[in-house]
Design a protein around this ligand. Structure first.
Ligand SMILES: NC(=O)c1ccc[n+]([C@@H]2O[C@H](COP(=O)([O-])OP(=O)(O)OC[C@H]3O[C@@H](n4cnc5c(N)ncnc54)[C@H](OP(=O)(O)O)[C@@H]3O)[C@@H](O)[C@H]2O)c1
Length: 316
């Protein structure tokens, strides 16, 4: 009973909050769109044309046209390999754009929740990394995301950074969806087995947004400005692939013709350097105290397999 009153109060308190989501067409943004009717917040999801992070005038005009209370910035150049070749645009979105955005948001007194990545780490091997650990990115994407973080912390009085790692959902492009396709169309699928990873289920973030806003308010006068947001436990891509494999066999009620072949990270060819270990430490006790709950990554991977499979079967 007591709990119901608290949730209701929170809903009423939040219902007029105007929340601008940048990057709403991406995998995390699409999850937020899907949850928005449950969240009782006043959302705006401009396209990257209407609010283009590479264009100062576009950012200024968009923020001038409304009185936003919060910005959730998911907008990013996220193609890690592509970033090595497209350095100019990567920097303009992930660093310069965030620099402008954070200055504008601060001037207009708009709270800023900026999303970042485990790739700000990687050069040093002391994972799991804590929010305050020294950053050392190993590739250009990670470098620009790290510079974006620094811009937020410098330019904005209260802006917070939330770091994700290896995001997956039924939407957009991600490992789980790619692996489903590969397992259904190839006989031998090579997967890296020695790289240690944390995983973020996009829905864990989208369904906790009201609580995250509440956490922001609580922390406004503290030094707590960087948070890690990943599912409990760590994994490897090979372990994730094995779960996808067994779930596909369960759902399709047949044995797959494909075989998973574990390989080492050094055998995996990619344009961007990858770290063997960028696991992020997430403080689950702290989140639980703030009513933020995570699902197990294993259950979430199985759920995504079931949700994404019909569309993938149509495509292949
Ligand atoms: N995916 C991962 O595994 C992962 C891991 C760790 C952290 N993250 C971080 O999590 C956040 C969300 O990731 P995601 O996987 O949802 O990304 P995503 O699916 O790649 O979506 C990226 C979003 O950014 C928008 N965007 C790109 N350039 C823009 C610009 N110039 N101006 C405004 N918006 C622009 C895209 O819009 P268009 O569709 O119109 O281009 C899209 O909505 C990002 O900050 C990313 O760095 C992701």
């Amino acid at each position: 009973m007591k709990k119901n009153i608290r949730v209701k109060d929170l809903e009423n308190y939040n219902k007029n909050l105007k929340v601008l989501v940048i990057g709403g067409s991406g995998q995390v943004g699409t999850e937020i769109k899907n949850q928005k009717h449950k969240l009782n917040l006043n959302f705006s999801f401009p396209s990257s044309k209407a609010l283009n992070l590479t264009n100062q005038a576009s950012i200024k005009n968009f923020l001038n046209n409304d009185n936003f209370d919060y910005i959730i910035n998911l907008g990013a150049f996220t193609d890690v390999n592509g970033a090595e070749k497209k350095k100019d645009i990567t920097k303009r979105v992930n660093h310069t754009g965030v620099d402008i955005l954070s200055k504008e948001a601060d001037t207009k007194n708009i709270k800023l929740i900026h999303i970042s990545t485990d790739y700000v780490f990687g050069k040093t091997l002391n994972a799991p990394f804590y929010p305050g650990d020294k950053k050392a990115p190993i590739n250009f994407y990670g470098l620009t995301k790290s510079e974006g973080e620094d811009a937020v912390l410098t330019n904005h009085k209260s802006g917070i950074i939330i770091r994700f790692s290896s995001v997956f959902s039924q939407y957009g492009t991600n490992f789980v969806k790619s692996m489903i396709k590969l397992l259904l169309t190839n006989r031998r699928v090579r997967v890296v087995s020695d790289q240690k990873i944390s995983l973020t289920f996009a829905q864990d973030f989208s369904r906790n947004i009201v609580q995250i806003i509440d956490l922001y308010k609580k922390n406004i006068n503290t030094n707590e400005r960087i948070f890690h947001f990943c599912s409990p436990g760590f994994s490897t891509w090979y372990l994730v692939a094995k779960i996808i494999f067994t779930e596909l066999e369960t759902v399709l009620q047949k044995s797959l013709d494909s075989e998973l072949i574990p390989i080492t990270l050094s055998e995996w060819k990619s344009d961007a350097k990858r770290s063997i270990d960028t696991r992020l430490y997430t403080d689950f006790d702290y989140y639980l105290k703030n009513n933020i709950k995570f699902s197990s990554w294993e259950d979430s991977v199985r759920l995504v397999v079931r949700k994404a499979l019909p569309q993938i079967l149509d495509e292949i």
